[in-house]
Design a protein around this ligand. Sequence first.
Ligand code: SF4
Ligand code: SF4
Length: 471
Amino acid sequence: MYNPKSMKAEEFINHEEIIESLAYADENKDNLHLIRQILDKAKERKGLSHREASVLLACEIPEILNEIYDMAQQIKKDFYGNRIVMFAPLYLSNYCINECVYCPYHKQNSNITRKKLTQDEIREQVIALQDMGHKRLAIECGEDPINSPIEYVLESIKTIYSIKHKNGAIRRVNVNIAATTVENYRKLKEAEIGTYILFQETYHKKSYEELHPKGPKHNYNYHTEAMDRAMEGGIDDVGLGVLFGLELYRYEFAGLLMHAEHLEAVHGVGPHTISLPRIKHADDIDPDVFDNSISDEIFEKLCALIRICVPYTGIIISTRESKEVREKIIRLGVSQISGASRTSVGGYEEDQRPHDTEQFDVSDQRSLDEVVRWLMEIGYIPSFCTACYREGRTGDRFMSLCKTGQIQNCCHPNALMTLKEFLEDYASEKTKKVGEKMIESELNNIPKEKVRKICENNLKEIENGKRDFRF
Ligand code: SF4
Ligand code: SF4
């Protein structure tokens, strides 16, 4: 029985409800009267239910699609402006006791080199990341209670936060580790993590169990209920995601929105972020084996609809996607992208991209400096801001600021100040030139004079060597 308030996975992600929603969407995909009503509701920026959203996803009427894209762009502009927050993944270990069939780190893969970073190696990696200009990391780790227990993850977070190399600092560590206990989530919270990210991979229980034949991850309910345990452990920013390509995208889309509805219904706050990865080639993994892969056009539509359905949730796109795809979908609602990522364990300090421990092929292989310049050239402000969680603006506090639009008063000046730090410390001359020009013109877009004056003053202080200003 479908119940968004239930704490049981199969009741809040209810298979029958998804099947009925998809049938309802098929029946109504040309029902212009209903579609108009749904679009009118979306215009209020209060989000859409999984059923309403499924109708829009099924709809193929060109003029409606154009309206969806226009609305997504407008919502993106109104809530996120022209800012894009930058981050990088850091792989700690690829030892794993699970057997996820789409991941090269699966236990049976004997081709891949197994590696776990020591604290000294983490130090080297973090210095290399700081030297590029990164301030925000997402740590990734395979599940292995012997090789990478929670104590190892906690020690690594401590190491990462402790490193201050030149003007560098990692100011926010987001964590992507396997589903765990409330007690361990509490420990992660005490270690001052930013967002806890856990991809569902697929919401389809039967497929989930086939795709995860062995290991603790096989337990669909334990995995799906992980965000509730994380929230019980005090983590109030959680990040959802599915791996598009594993199951039918319409099913995943409905499941993803149901999960967001559940978090809102039970905890009063929806997901902080939603990641949109698509399955990619990797050692031992051929993406063509998975016959649910989606085209770039469907990917764009999904991104635009997520922007409309959960306007206050950040959307993350990784370097799995090419520059061309990223350029197209950034305007539809993406708020965070990774840059210069290495998806191997270690490798940030090496000139050549190592492949022997890589989780997936990276499509966008540009340097951070190149990505930053490219974003500015296409009209976006690359932001290295990490202010909210450091100012205690998390969970429902963050969401209420978001919903009233007040967060914009922080995001925009913070983007300019952190970009300025990047330009001073890490940018090439070419990038610096583009960046200075952008900061100068974007200062005019800070509506409150008092805030603008403080920002201008802080920008001068950054030139004089001071760092880490924030609103
Ligand atoms: S997806 Fe995660 S849990 Fe599964 S094999 Fe890869 S690293 Fe292990
Ligand atoms: S002010 Fe908060 S919401 Fe805005 S970019 Fe910074 S961390 Fe994100």
